[in-house]
Design a protein around this ligand. Sequence first.
Ligand SMILES: Nc1ncnc2c1ncn2[C@@H]1O[C@H](COP(=O)(O)OP(=O)(O)OP(=O)(O)O)[C@@H](O)[C@H]1O
Ligand SMILES: O=C(O)CCCC[C@@H]1SC[C@@H]2NC(=O)N[C@@H]21
Length: 284
Amino acid sequence: MTPENAPPGRWSDLDRPPLNTAMLRRALIRPGGLWTSFDVVTATGSTNSDLVRRSPLAEGTVLVAEEQTAGRGRLDRSWTAPPRSGIFLSVVLRPGPEVPVERWGWLPLLAGVAAATGLSRSAGVDTSLKWPNDLLVKVDGEERKAGGILAERADDGSVVVGIGVNVTLRADELPVPAAGSIALAGAVSTDRDPLLRAVLRSLEQWYGQWREAAGDPVLSQIQPAYAAGCATLGRRVRAELPGGRSVTGEAVALDGDGRLVLALADGGRESVGAGDIVHLRPAG
Ligand SMILES: Nc1ncnc2c1ncn2[C@@H]1O[C@H](COP(=O)(O)OP(=O)(O)OP(=O)(O)O)[C@@H](O)[C@H]1O
Ligand SMILES: O=C(O)CCCC[C@@H]1SC[C@@H]2NC(=O)N[C@@H]21
């Protein structure tokens, strides 16, 4: 479909070219590098579900979809991923015995740092992190969710890390009012090839650093990098926990396990883990 015969207000194939699989594969798979296979499918339900189902898979397997018809977020919430509108990918990671398993909880936070770093570098867009798994951008001065991370354990013990980023979505295409996109945040480029490459290169680099430091969040710089980019710290929030309980306080730090530390009104502190959070909302 060309721009001339595209229905008004709809995107055309020329506006949103397909990913260049061959070029990306050449650029990403390098001797001694993390990425071992790279595939792009036109459409699938969810790249995370696909890799979890196909386990065991080699570490460094990458699956990208141009469209997802049943994309998932945390707690099985749905993630909208229309054709060629973003970066929708999952990777297989297996930190192995050199990283104690209690540190694996850093993986989704690490992926958030990697995605934010890669996008900022490649699109020139300031990206921040809403703990635990959202990527935020500013659209007309307002924080909007432009991406998210979903990490899941596969049967063989590996971790499938999914990254979703809205790249070209226009204002009239946003799935929810709180959503945004790299394009709406004023990106210098919305070409998905260099963006995807930058995100995977950045993930390779942060993951390598973290693994070399045996998963230590400080030595690997993951904890300070996450804290520096985290829009949640310094704000008053209400953490909604399963069973209807909630904790309100100022988010003051990330602890050594990546939990969010809240300073409570009574002077106490409480840490909440990503796995416990149903919602994290601003508190007045
Ligand atoms: N393409 C998209 N862009 C932005 N947001 C989306 C998109 N698709 C779905 N969403 C929203 O993301 C949510 C899933 O993310 P998540 O589970 O992290 O919830 P959240 O609303 O971001 O969390 P919280 O309530 O803590 O802010 C969905 O419920 C939906 O509202
Ligand atoms: O916001 C969230 O809760 C996380 C969204 C994660 C979306 C990505 S898109 C690629 C991968 N496949 C999925 O089904 N989900 C992740």
